[in-house]
Design a protein around this ligand. Structure first.
Ligand SMILES: [Zn+2]
Length: 487
């Protein structure tokens, strides 16, 4: 049984899909007017893990994540860059797809774009008009919030409370401050489409009602998004969809925001951490690990500091990458151990497997799940270090189960999916460049140390090891010779 936190119920509830064994899910995607930053990564990774776990638990998931490709910001960016808004949207949508791939976020089953669903949006607006929930004014069309008494139900605010913070901006033709635009009359130089109300373009909220209906029907299981979308976006989606079709999402899930410790991320400080910027100095899998190390609903920390040269550095991300390095090194050791077994055992699920699934069934608690993974790897290293730590067959069986179950955990979390050597070598090469360590020089020092040891000159051998250590190079002696890493 899976329990999830439903925003509307304000508590964890038992998840009962509409159709047994099937899950239909819609998550609000990105407005493509710029490169995605680490905040976008948080929401995308949170829902990617949720989908992965549902699939791992045997559900047949249909996952829809939209792309907002018409919007004020896109239009402004087009004017600033001197190219059509559609081109701006296309190029940033491509960039987003590449960044998400780098983060291990799987494409959704359907990734509908707003501009390809204008007819569906017009249809929803016409339904709302027929039910007197929408009115045309000056070429715009607005939703009449007074006609929808449940407005505010998701965020737990009364219409009166919401009314207090709402304004009618210059140029808007709405009757009441809480009313919102479903359709906006065309302005010169802006993209527009023909409609029963004259040429114009859709308001932001209508696309999600139209596209979720097109791909998932009148009602579906889970609607998700970042918690910054609860009001007004998701309240407005509910008003539109329930107003037009009488039903909408059955469960609402929202992921928490990123907290920037130290410097605040802002365009004016020039320290916006795009996913690309993070990839210049770190492995994106480390960013993924950082983001899922806390529960998806809690705020996650992403600290920004400056190095001596005044360049931005990311201490939390460094730490996450070191943890990932530990995971991969442990996996590599487990693989090495498996290679020594003539006939590997087929043990039952380890405690890791059981505890991980329990944690994930309890509102997708990745933080607890990663804690179990860490504990399991500490145990694995202990068993690997000391052959006498357990009887032989018990030890073999425990290590075989840990290696297998750690990969199961990795599949659900979207981490540890590369061969360990691939991650470890690429990280070492990157750290060598960053710290100005010459790998050739390290290799010749290792050869010199081996020669000193062969000549029983242990003092010289120790000097070489200590010298390398001072430069951040750690040697690991093993049956196949000496390996090294940058620490
Ligand atoms: Zn939406």
């Amino acid at each position: 049984m899976i329990r999830l936190h439903d925003t509307r119920a304000k508590k964890k509830v038992e998840f009962q899909p509409r159709e047994p064994g099937k899950v239909s899910m819609y998550v609000c995607g990105v407005t493509v007017y710029d490169l995605c930053h680490v905040g976008h990564a948080r929401t995308a990774v949170a829902f990617d893990v949720i989908v992965r776990h549902l699939r791992a638990r045997g559900f047949d998931v249909r996952f829809v994540r939209n792309i907002t490709d018409v919007d004020d910001k896109i239009i402004r960016k087009g004017l600033a860059e001197g190219r059509p808004a559609a081109e701006v949207a296309r190029s940033y949508a491509d960039a987003m797809a590449a960044d998400m791939d780098g983060l291990g976020v799987a494409p959704a089953d359907v990734e509908p774009r707003a501009t390809l669903h204008i007819a569906e949006m017009i249809d929803v607006i016409r339904r709302l008009e027929a039910r007197e929930l929408a009115y045309a004014a000056g070429g715009d069309v607005y939703y009449s919030v007074a006609g929808f008494p449940n407005y505010g139900g998701l965020s737990g605010q009364s219409p009166e409370e919401l009314q207090a913070g709402a304004r009618i901006e210059v140029g808007e033709n709405k009757k009441s401050p809480l009313d919102f635009a479903l359709w906006k009359a065309a302005k010169p130089g802006e993209p527009s489409w023909e409609s029963p109300w004259g040429p114009g373009r859709p308001g932001w909220h209508i696309e999600c009602s139209a596209m979720s209906h097109r791909y998932l029907g009148d009602t579906f299981d889970i609607h998700g998004g970042g918690s910054d979308l609860i009001f007004p976006h998701h309240e407005n989606e509910i008003a539109q969809s329930e107003g037009a079709f009488g039903a909408f999402a059955r469960y609402w899930m929202h992921s928490g925001m990123l907290n920037f410790g130290g410097e605040k991320m802002s365009k004016s400080l020039g320290n916006v951490v795009t996913i690309r910027r993070a990839a210049e100095t770190h492995d994106l899998e480390a960013l993924r690990l950082l983001l899922i190390s806390v529960h998806y609903r809690s705020p996650a920390g992403f600290s920004i500091a400056r190095d001596d040269a005044g360049q931005p550095v990311y201490p939390d991300l460094d730490e996450a990458e070191a943890r990932l390095d530990y995971f991969y090194r442990t996996l590599e050791r487990l693989d090495g151990f498996a290679g020594t077994l003539a006939s590997p055992p087929t043990p039952p699920p380890s405690d890791l497997a059981t505890r991980f699934v329990e944690a994930m069934d309890d509102d997708f608690n990745t933080a607890a799940g990663i804690g179990h993974l860490y504990d399991a790897f500490v145990l694995a290293n202990k068993l690997l270090d000391d052959p006498k730590a357990a009887p032989k067959t018990e030890r073999q069986s425990a290590l075989t189960a840990l290696a297998r179950d750690a990969r199961m955990v990795g599949t659900t979390l979207g981490i540890m999916r590369r061969p360990p050597a691939e991650f470890l070598n690429s990280r070492r090469a990157r750290l060598c460049v960053q710290r100005k360590i010459d790998p050739q020089a390290v290799e010749s020092s290792i050869a010199e140390r081996a020669a000193a040891r062969a000549a029983k000159n242990f003092q010289r051998a120790d000097e070489i090891r200590a010298g390398l250590k001072q430069r951040g190079v750690e040697l690991m002696d093993g049956p196949k010779g000496t390996a090294w890493r940058v620490v």
